[in-house]
Ligand binder design. Sequence first.
Ligand code: FCB
Length: 449
Amino acid sequence: MVERSELPVGFRWGVSTASYQIEGAVEEDGRGHSVWDVFVERPGAVKDGHTGRVACDHYHRYREDVSLMRELGLDGYRFSIAWPRVQPSGSGAVNAAGLDFYERLVDELLGAGITPLPTLFHWDLPQALEESGGWLARDTAYRFAEYTSAVVERLGDRVPAWITLNEPFVHMVYGYALGIHAPGRALMLDALPAAHHQLLGHGLAASVLRQHGRQVLIANNLTPVRAASDDPADVAAAAAYDALHNRLFTDPLLLGRYPDLSAFGVDLDDFVRDGDLAAISGPGLDGLGVNYYNPTRISAPGDDALPFAEAPIDGVPRTAFGWPVVPDGLRELLVGLRERYGSALPPITITENGCSVADEVGPDGAVDDRFRIDYLAGHLDAVARAVAEGVDVRGYYTWSLLDNFEWAEGYHQRFGLVHVDFETQKRTPKASYAWYRDLIATHRADHAR
Ligand code: FCB
């Protein structure tokens, strides 16, 4: 039996957050509007009309938050940079005050011995770019590279590794196909150009980062796909879903080609131009970020709208969100990536993994989130098993440091190691915070012996 303590020497421990989910201060220091500022105003878009206007007020409280991270003993902190703070209208003039904030944050982290791992795009596109087509427009990819230059010129000297995009799959599906997230477009399969243009943006930004000698990662939401039965129709549906969710976002990066999407009846040639795949795969990746929450079970569709249907996963615990808890799915995913991509697979960092729990501060002032501890422990055991099976996993960043604005769910889903009272902004470390701190300390001590 493999244990977490067998995670390799130098394994990096971290936490993840994202700008719109924690910063607040949406009108401050020259920040422009993002698609999320606009989307949250749409009646019914977010549960109870919640918005990220204040969120965790991290923009003003980042020092307190970094000291919570210091006490955890983290190696790294994954956060995201809000493009509309840096370029309020998405192109052209750079807002120095926006970069000043991230410079203060980076310096505070470095002072605490924590390596910053910024994500350049975690879904808060400048609204001005949405008005010229958002990620459906090819030009947005070029604008993303221009914005990347502005950021890396200011912070590149202190930040060794960068994540270009967060979950281009989820952004395409929720933002452009189903309209559940900003920018709220419900285009179904006509959303596919948003996948290609995000990937092209990744490739162009990656070249900029390379020119500055920086390391490049991307954070993909990946899921092991299981067919609901051995019936060939279910197996074919599972393969189609796997192509859309996983391969569409890893094959072009790692193999320089798109997967077979013929089951969807779409033709990528309509928007993929000569040279694009070389631009996407060419800069290479120093690491693949994997965001894992649960596996997916797929069966043949009941009607013809899509070539798959999602089937329930029964008999497992569920998070407050209702997501199935299947820790071994993470091992299965990691081993599957290695089998699929072999030597083309770069080292992996788990850039998100965590769960929502209906946490409450108890009468004694403590937050007893045993469910989260079990969730994290189970998933770290799964990572250790994947490592024992030969997968090169370099680090684990749990989602999330703080309870925060969980997109369309507003403040209803709590994912933090630290409880946030959104009335008072009081931070209360949960039991999982102490557990994670002790785990990190024990891992270091075991390897120091
Ligand atoms: C991921 C997102 C992240 C957070 C978690 C729960 O899909 O990247 O921002 O909302 O889910």
